[in-house]
Design a binder for this molecule. Sequence first.
Ligand SMILES: Cc1cc2nc3c(=O)[nH]c(=O)nc-3n(C[C@H](O)[C@H](O)[C@H](O)COP(=O)(O)OP(=O)(O)OC[C@H]3O[C@@H](n4cnc5c(N)ncnc54)[C@H](O)[C@@H]3O)c2cc1C
Length: 536
Amino acid sequence: MSAESCDVVIVGAGVAGMSAAALLAKDFGQSVVVLEQAPFIGGRTFTVVGKGNRVVIDGIEMDAHEFQKALGYARIILGKCTPDIETIFEKGLLDGLTFEGGGHGLFWGDKSRVQCVLNHIGEHIHMPLNKGFGFVKWNGEGRPGSFFQVKKGKPYEWMSPEGYRKTVEQLHAMATLSRDELAGLMNISLQHWLEQRDLHPEAYDYIKVLAASQTVQAEPAMTPAADFLGYMAIAREIGMNLVSGSVATVGGQGPIAIPLKMEEVLRTHGGDVRRNNPVREVLIEGGRVTGVVCEGEGGRRTINADRVVCTIPSRHMFKVLPRQAFPPDWVSRLETEYWGAGIMTGWGVFKRSIWRDVGIEPSSFIFMPGIIREGYIGAVDMVMTEVTAWGDGRAGRGPDGKHDFVFSTALTDREMRDPAKVDRVIETCEAWGRAAFPSWDEDMEFMIWTPAPEGYGFWRPVGTERPDVKSPFLDGLYLAGDQYGRRLWGGGVDGAALSAVLCVDAMMGSRLEEQIFPSYHRGIPEVSARSALHRR
Ligand SMILES: Cc1cc2nc3c(=O)[nH]c(=O)nc-3n(C[C@H](O)[C@H](O)[C@H](O)COP(=O)(O)OP(=O)(O)OC[C@H]3O[C@@H](n4cnc5c(N)ncnc54)[C@H](O)[C@@H]3O)c2cc1C
């Protein structure tokens, strides 16, 4: 086995790994090697762009079979397709269209954390926003429901006056929380926080779907309150809301453009990213990491480094880290108690915009709560939108005349792996589509459902901490990703970006967090979090 050396090895080329890599190389002159097991980088920001009867990801062209296999790298499952996936490919129905695994909705767009990281390394990726906010009141299966375009500052027309008053009260209470108060809310559930405030059922339905759209947690009792409340608390400071636009997409290449830009910066500063290079083992000697063993074209090789950043989602990290190096109860908790926040996407493309027919601006972000209330851990809420219409119709995600329609719902990983539960959601949504839009079948070109059981990574049970970015158990081991960091709040792409910055600061003793992020994007204050914990 040949050996080489570098300052830092990073395991995984998702948003977290690439953010950390670019920062370490550019700001600190560290020699960095990123090892990625997949033939493409990006991890869960897996994005394909249709090209004739194939799709392209990170320069690799794929047919239907290869596409299905590639989804597996982002732990996304190919579900029901209409027509079947081979026909969708053969007919070239994907030509010119962009579709991503993760990152359909990048909260705060050009004001997001990930954009802050890009700006810091001298880059920028335009992130066109939604405009408008719609609501569908579910009136039962086989019915179209009632449609509402939400107007800024106007009462929510689907609610009773009492329900609206209570909802506004809750939203106000959320928007005025300080960062110190958020720190104290890390260890209680969102359900508990809402109940303390005299939860009104209409407010509950609205806030629950809002929370699920941001944290992909379907059940407020399982959601650490601050992970959601953080989004609400910064809304005022950041000056964005759902009505004026606060969720973004990336045109062209889609969100994979983010790690690709970071790779350019890394390479300019002497770093390297190696695709098709799975790490098999993190090497440890005397309680500290000494490097990794990976597998590439030339076979197995060792890379020596006294610092390793592992970005593998927590439940899977012991595939490369020896369990015996950690306290058994910590390992057991990660493997058995942490649960996967799954997200299921239905992506359809239509010949025309069908939302206009029902009085909703197609560029709206649209909520449809509580379509299935029994048999799931939380009620099944749908978030929908026509992404091609974002950025005033110039999102650059498809040829003229194509209108996509994304359904998205949060289920737990366990539910997502139960075909009967998945099928029930799909059937319910498609039946609703047919009832709501008379030209549904006539206008639809295709529909692809993709359950992703671990879309938002693994969440800690309420009251426990996320694994921290610097391992207290092994010298030189760091963890970064959308689920790592005691001070992390939220999740998704922005969570991964914050975690990476916290990780680099922990490693280099720097304060990049303050340089890169405005105060509202920073981690939960540490000291207060501790004292808040003691106060409980
Ligand atoms: C279907 C879906 C929808 C989503 N929607 C949104 C959304 O709308 N908004 C949002 O903000 N977020 C969304 N997300 C979540 C978002 O994509 C993730 O939070 C984010 O991309 C996580 O980045 P990461 O770097 O932490 O982890 P990952 O992207 O998982 O990166 C980890 C990397 O490690 C690699 N790896 C694993 N094992 C090894 C090994 N042994 N050797 C080498 N490499 C290895 C993996 O291949 C991967 O590239 C969604 C995710 C999914 C799946």
